[in-house]
Design a protein around this ligand. Structure first.
Ligand SMILES: [Zn+2]
Length: 633
């Protein structure tokens, strides 16, 4: 991890207050005292279990258990490393974050490797570009001509050609001095059966993939003959994660309000050439939530073009579902989603070539709001011109789609319109939509819960198998608890000396879990003498008829006190006593936290839930104090 000076981190944390950092992503729906509540951005839910504590400057989700400070939040949200998140916040809140020179070897190495890979990619792009205009590149030039790509476009997009053969690019890059390890990192090569690096792109039309800043991070290659697959793309690499990028975003003007999203980079290129400069392409088979978030940083609205075939239609429904679920969760992200379809089943590229950019712009204008799109899809998909509307299937679809919509007014509108076809009351349909939404959420929560229950179970089983004897509750005492008691007894009158031990740090019955131990402690406190404490002799009379961990209490106690180390002086004894006390209390509060957390997750009552959340925050604060005290010892 890179080394950022502690003082810089502190300054970032003091300026990047948690409310404003989280507020960029989460809409707070409630404030109680110094705590804010909203829907969790990390898991899907319909009642807020995500909280921010202003005095503590932390966030915590009682649903998925994530918690942390502003830096941790940004790491999680933006998928950044610690130093990157500090830098990110530093940029936003005006703190100069320097970490380049202080990098540890690992980070330095990684940065160097990435730099070399970027250089390789740039050199490769130059090589492909040059090859396009070589004799061998004729097939690619013919293809470009067939797609009616102008020379200007070929240059702007850095279009190239990968010559046929297994080691053209490889030899070129080797001659530039790159080693196999870095070449392997670049994603431009694959391995032969013998294990040698061979060119990934062979005899293909090459499209460099840029990041939002115009740096080349990967390539796409289209076939020029019948060979399969039609498209070969760079795999994810040190510098490329396809789900995080939108092709051609670097060519979109900064002041755009709208992004047009098409399926392939060839479509995007054709659109830019036609003057539609706000077109971008998703780089995988499906649009991702990271891409939607990226788009939301550049525009207020996205207009999607999906292929009009069956696969394209299915992709549209999948993407719509994903996006609506994502936006339901991420209340801080505001982006309007519209779905367009090109008439006559053409793709956008063909359509522009046939009818021109202006016609295409009117197709964009007529794109449907995602809610209307879903409404129409439910009808179109289930309508047959001979048999009419299949009402059973229509009902199924419309209720599913309605359950995805998070805007209550739009959902109601959908229900009202569907009521006409279904011959049912809108309220009933609305109710069914809400029910479906709840069921879907419970199903997803069920998955999470089953997972965490499974984990807990294995933990309990582990504990069980490692515990030598299974003890009934009443005589239960932990190793730390018995040590605490032994040390308290040993301190004698010092336990009452407030200059050494504050009142709060005197043991109480509640520090112990089993009822027998509680009884013994109660007896101890009752008979406590400010000068001498309580003698072992007196304690043992009390213990004679009680059990501890399955043994006679006096035997157990005497054995334990023999085993527990004696410190060299009374101050060291006091410190050890305190350390043990804090550990016991920390353990206990941790168990309480677990209980409160499970109450928060299971309760349906909103007020109760908030009470529990308050309680949880109190326990956390208490734990923090204990940890501080323990650290001071
Ligand atoms: Zn959560």
């Amino acid at each position: 991890m890179a080394k950022i000076p502690e003082s810089t981190i502190e300054e970032v944390l003091s300026r990047a207050d948690i409310e404003s950092v989280v507020g960029q992503y989460v809409t707070f729906t409630k404030r109680t005292g110094q705590n804010l509540f909203g829907l969790c951005p990390f898991h899907s839910e319909n009642t807020p279990s995500f909280s921010v504590s202003i005095p503590k400057q932390i966030y915590k989700c009682f649903g998925c258990q994530k918690y942390g400070n502003s830096i941790g939040f940004i790491m999680e949200m933006e998928k950044l490393s610690f130093p990157e998140a500090v830098k990110y916040l530093g940029d936003r809140y005006g703190v100069d974050v320097q970490w380049g020179d202080d990098d540890s070897e690992n980070t330095k190495n990684l940065k160097e490797r990435k730099k070399r890979v970027m250089n390789i990619l740039t050199d490769a792009a130059g090589y492909y570009y040059k090859a396009l205009n070589s004799d061998a590149g004729k097939a690619a030039r013919d293809y470009a001509a067939k797609r009616q790509l102008s020379n200007e476009t070929l240059t702007k997009f850095g279009i190239g050609y990968a010559p046929d053969g297994f080691d053209n690019l490889y030899s070129f890059l080797k001659s530039k001095g790159y080693n196999d390890e870095d070449l392997n990192d670049s994603g431009l090569f694959t391995r032969s059966k013998k294990g040698n690096l061979i060119d990934l792109f062979r005899g293909r039309f090459i499209v460099p993939i840029f990041d939002a800043f115009g740096k080349i991070i990967a390539f796409g290659g289209r076939n020029l003959g019948p060979e399969l697959p039609k498209y070969v793309n760079s795999p994810d690499s040190l510098v490329y994660k396809k789900q995080n990028h939108l092709y051609a975003l670097n060519f979109v003007p900064r002041n755009t309000k709208q992004l047009i999203i098409v399926e392939g980079y060839m479509d995007a290129i054709a659109m830019h050439q036609a003057g539609i400069n706000n077109a971008v392409a998703a780089l995988g088979t499906s649009f991702t939530d990271s891409q939607l978030r990226l788009a939301s940083k550049y525009a207020e609205e996205v207009v999607f073009f999906f292929d009009s075939d069956k696969a394209g239609k299915a992709a549209a429904i999948r993407a719509t579902n994903m996006m609506l679920a994502y936006l339901k969760r991420m209340t801080g992200i505001k982006i309007r989603i519209r779905i367009a379809s090109v008439p006559e089943g053409k793709d956008p590229d063909e359509y522009i070539k046939t009818y021109g950019a202006d016609s295409f712009k009117s197709v964009v204008k007529s794109a449907k709001d995602v809610n209307d799109y879903l409404f129409d899809r439910a009808y179109d998909d289930n309508y047959d011109k001979d048999s009419g509307l299949d009402l059973t299937k229509y009902q199924e679809d419309i209720i599913t789609y309605g359950s995805w919509i998070y805007d209550p007014i739009k959902r109601e509108k959908m229900a009202v319109l569907a009521a006409q076809y279904l011959g049912a009351r809108a309220e009933t349909i609305l109710f069914a939509m809400e029910h479906a939404e709840k069921a879907a959420m419970e199903a997803s929560r069920g998955n999470e819960q089953r997972e965490s229950e499974r984990k807990e179970k294995t933990e309990v089983e582990q504990r069980r198998t490692s515990a030598p004897v299974k003890v009934p509750n009443a005589d239960r005492v932990t190793r730390d608890e018995i040590e605490l008691f032994v040390r308290a007894v040993r301190l004698g009158g010092v336990l009452a000396d407030e200059t050494k031990i504050e009142r709060n740090d005197v043991i109480r019955k509640n520090d112990f879990s089993g009822s027998n131990m509680k009884e013994i402690v109660g007896f101890f406190l009752e008979h406590f003498n400010e000068k001498t404490g309580v003698s072992d002799a007196l304690l043992i009379t009390k213990m004679s008829d009680l059990l501890l961990n399955g043994l006679k209490a006096e035997t157990f106690y005497i054995k334990a006190s023999e085993q527990i180390s004696r410190e060299s002086n009374i101050n060291a004894e006091v410190d050890m006593y305190k350390r043990t006390l804090y550990n016991v209390r920390l353990k206990k509060s941790q168990d309480e936290l677990k209980l409160v957390d499970s109450l928060i997750q299971t309760t349906e009552d909103k007020d109760k839930r908030e009470e529990y959340i308050e309680l949880n925050n109190k326990i956390e604060l208490y734990r923090q104090k204990l940890i501080e005290k323990r650290n001071k010892l």
